[in-house]
Design a protein around this ligand. Structure first.
Ligand code: GLN
Length: 453
């Protein structure tokens, strides 16, 4: 724990942590030392972890990367982090993220951008670590923690993992409790780990997962031994390659990586089969209706009364307005406006209801593929390697949204997806491949990801 706290101090320039919690870390580490001395070590005893600052941590400033939560110290602890501490892990601090997890580059955080430890060959230009779990990915890649919690609403675990050469899994919707995680889009949000290896991810997910009656969408299923599943390999499995993911303008090196991944799986004994997921092209536009719609509703609670920031006004409505005007950043305001618009009386059927219908069609595409004997699906994780700080932020916001083209389908269908590092691009930056599984079959994903890793 001390070595990691020192590393965090030395790597302040990456801005991966919003706040480090050294006192808490050392206290927890002391308990771990005692447990180990007594021969009572728990499964994660003494392992130093970072927590995305979207998870409520009792008595520790929890910001969601937003000014509007300034001063908010929850009196409760998220279910996922509670389980990590139960198993002996040590908390190093709270990790940077895009404001309310809205973004793909960690550039929308009110606490400053997080920066990737990677650089293009021969260049000093800083790169984004991806988003929204950019702090989690940067911290894991830079060895500022052993592993981190993250959340994924439309790719926020898998895309930052791909950008930083780390492993990230978004489990099946319902696998981890959302209790105590600040909501972005509740029907899509899911917690998962980012770590440096498939095995580390499997171990961490085993602790984070499990039924919690306080989240009504948490599923009451036993948590499998994910770590043991890695050894199963892929012999006899059928892996689908969805042709619709061969999007226009995809760089040749991404296509090569994808082919390479398929070859590795084939050599390990899997059968590779081209499949069709015909509604894929509609996933991104539908996601950017459903997610803002839910966000606009979830974010209505930040009114200056219950949490964090309050900016006075001449009456109560004025106070709401001033608080929300000062507290939310540009991207969050954009999402609230889009969400409010698509849910409004005149447009609800045209946008929100249609997006929900598309969501069902996307889900059925996957169901049909799995019913035809496909065990998992292989795709690129992102359409490119990490981009430079500021390179996308100034452009049309839709450019940034396009980054999520391969990841949002998985959230729309509630399926598990893992991103695993698979190679480097011509400039020496990491690229990731994504494996998508059947509902509650994270085990196959760990086994297949290990083959690629
Ligand atoms: N980039 C996507 C968005 O901004 C995904 C975010 C996420 O998964 N939290 O909505």
């Amino acid at each position: 724990a001390q070595a990691h706290l020192d590393a965090i101090d030395r790597a302040k320039a990456l801005n991966a942590y919003i706040v480090a919690t050294p006192d808490r870390a050392l206290k927890m580490a002391d308990v771990s030392d005692e447990k180990i001395a007594k021969g009572e070590a728990r499964p994660l005893e003494g392992l130093p972890l970072g927590i995305k600052d979207l998870f409520a941590t009792q008595g520790v400033h929890t910001t969601a990367g937003s000014k509007i939560l300034e001063g908010f110290e929850p009196h409760y602890e998220s279910n996922v982090s509670t389980q990590l501490w139960r198993d002996g892990a040590v908390m190093l601090g709270k990790l940077n993220l895009d404001e309310f997890a809205m973004g793909s580059s960690n550039e929308t955080s009110a606490y400053g951008k997080a920066i990737s430890p990677w650089r293009r060959q021969g260049s000093d230009a800083p790169l984004v670590p991806g988003g929204s779990s950019g702090g989690s990915a940067a911290a894991v890649a830079a060895h500022l923690c052993l592993g981190a919690t993250a959340t994924d609403t439309g790719g926020s675990i898998r895309q930052p993992a791909a950008f930083t050469g780390t492993v990230g899994i978004k489990p099946t919707y319902g696998r981890c409790s959302r209790w105590g995680i600040i909501a972005y889009a509740s029907s899509l949000d899911q917690a998962g780990p980012i770590a440096r290896t498939v095995q580390d991810c499997a171990i961490l997910l085993g602790s984070m997962a499990g039924h919690d009656p306080r989240d009504t969408t948490s599923v009451d299923l036993p948590v499998p031994d994910f770590e043991a599943a890695i050894a199963r390999g892929v012999k006899g499995l059928t892996i689908g390659i969805p042709k619709e993911y061969r999007v226009e303008g995809m760089p040749a090196e991404i296509q090569r990586l994808w082919d390479q991944g398929a070859d590795w799986l084939r050599e390990a004994g899997a059968t590779i089969k081209e499949i069709s997921l015909p509604h894929t092209p509609y996933a991104l536009p539908a996601y950017y209706i459903v997610a803002p719609a839910e966000a606009s509703s979830n974010l209505a609670r930040y009114d200056g009364v219950r949490y964090g920031l309050r900016v006075p006004g001449k009456d109560i409505a004025g106070m709401y307005e001033n608080t929300r005007a000062a507290g939310f950043g540009r991207e969050v305001k954009r999402r609230i406006m889009i969400g409010t618009y698509v849910l409004s009386a005149g447009y609800y059927d045209a946008y929100y209801v249609r997006a929900q219908k598309i969501r069902t069609l996307i889900k059925r595409d996957f169901e049909a593929a799995y019913a035809s004997g496909i065990d998992a699906i292989l795709t690129p994780a992102t359409p490119s390697a990490a981009f430079g700080i500021g390179e996308m932020a100034s452009a049309d916001p839709v450019e940034m949204y396009l980054n999520d083209v391969f990841t949002v389908t998985v959230n729309m269908a509630g399926l598990p997806g893992i991103s695993v590092p698979a190679g480097l691009d011509a400039q020496g930056l990491p690229l990731g491949l994504q494996l998508i599984g059947r509902p509650f079959d994270e085990e196959t994903l760990f086994a297949a990801a290990q083959t690629i890793e």
